[in-house]
Design a protein around this ligand. Structure first.
Ligand code: DP6
Length: 314
């Protein structure tokens, strides 16, 4: 049998966010989430199983130390799939996004790894199943199996078998995402830890799950109706509400830099001036802008360093 495989997956940005787990070991979320994938940005992974050898993990061509947190997290994940106790995986993973800068490289990373495993062991599993497996590596990875919009169902079952993402079959060619890089250094606290602290030490958190579900429904409808204002408003408000729960945690979790806040003011000003632009933010200082193609030139003028992505085929 083949003992080698490859996988490739895009990063995704949640428009209605995942924040909080009902089961930490299985990455079962407290609320469902909805995302959009960014084609061309993501991870490509090669994997090989070799008998009588320990794991070797390479990130962007550099060998990761055995006890680095990066390698440890991957090894624990790979433990789920080892054909025998004596042997190891050689993993070569290449990211086209900065690692741990709030651009969700763990999402594309675990999705690509699961696709590589599926290829390596010739499982022939459908994407729904692979989504479920990717979730075990990183929650948001469940959504990175798909191009376009994806919906990760939180599920009800304790074993998580109903907690996977599905594609939302709706294209929106005019939709643009602008990546505004504020700071690409590693974040002070991982999203895994950040959400745990929020769940356990934030009184406002109890309001989050219901709001997240309502926002998801609004965004889903906005996608079906191609109602951009509804999409943008809901996504921006959802991100700010998530960050509000982080800030209201003790000790506080604030991923924003002064430049992040300056960019927010600039976006609000542009909006007052009639430009239809919104933003979302994840567990980092960078902003992701949402706008339509007709406004791309204006956005590029006001944010010269912005990288504009068109998530759908033109
Ligand atoms: C703010 O998926 O990175 O980006 O499941 O612990 O790996 P783990 O967390 P992760 O959290 C992502 C949080 C977020 C929101 C989102 O992508 O939905």
């Amino acid at each position: 049998p083949k003992q080698k495989g490859v996988g490739k997956a895009p990063v995704n940005i949640a428009l209605s966010k995942y924040w909080g787990k009902r089961n930490v070991d299985l990455n079962l979320p407290t609320n469902s989430s909805l995302s959009i994938s960014l084609p061309g940005l993501g991870t490509e992974t090669q994997i090989e199983w070799i008998e009588n050898q320990s794991d070797q993990i390479y990130l962007n061509e550099t060998k990761m130390a055995f006890d680095s947190s990066f390698a440890q997290r991957i090894r624990i994940f790979l433990d789920l799939f080892r054909p025998s106790p004596k042997g190891g995986f050689i993993v070569n993973t290449v990211n086209s996004v900065p690692t741990a800068a709030g651009l969700a490289s763990s999402a594309s990373g675990y999705a690509a790894l699961v696709l590589a495993l599926n290829d390596c062991f010739q499982w022939g599993l459908p994407l729904k199943r692979l989504s479920l497996l990717a979730r075990l590596g990183s929650g948001s990875a469940s959504r990175s199996l798909y191009e376009g919009f994806a919906l990760w169902h939180k599920g009800q079952l304790d074993n998580g078998m109903d907690s996977y993402a599905e594609k939302i079959d709706q294209a929106w060619p005019e939709l643009c995402i602008g990546l505004l890089e504020i700071d690409i250094s590693t974040k002070p606290i991982s999203s895994t830890k950040g959400m745990q602290n929020t769940v356990n030490h934030c009184e406002l958190y109890q309001a989050w799950p219901d709001k997240a579900e309502a926002d998801l429904q609004k965004i889903h409808r906005a996608i079906q109706d191609k109602n951009f204002q509804q999409l943008g408003q809901t996504a921006e408000n959802n991100a700010l509400a998530m960050h509000a729960t982080m800030i209201a945690t003790w000790p506080p979790i604030l991923y924003w830099q002064p430049e992040s806040v300056a960019a927010m003011h600039k976006i609000w000003q542009l909006r007052n001036d009639g430009c239809n632009v919104y933003f979302t933010m994840d567990a980092g200082p960078n902003l992701k802008l949402l706008f339509l193609k007709q406004d791309a030139t204006v956005i590029q003028t006001h944010f010269p360093s912005i990288k504009i992505i068109q998530p759908f085929p033109q």
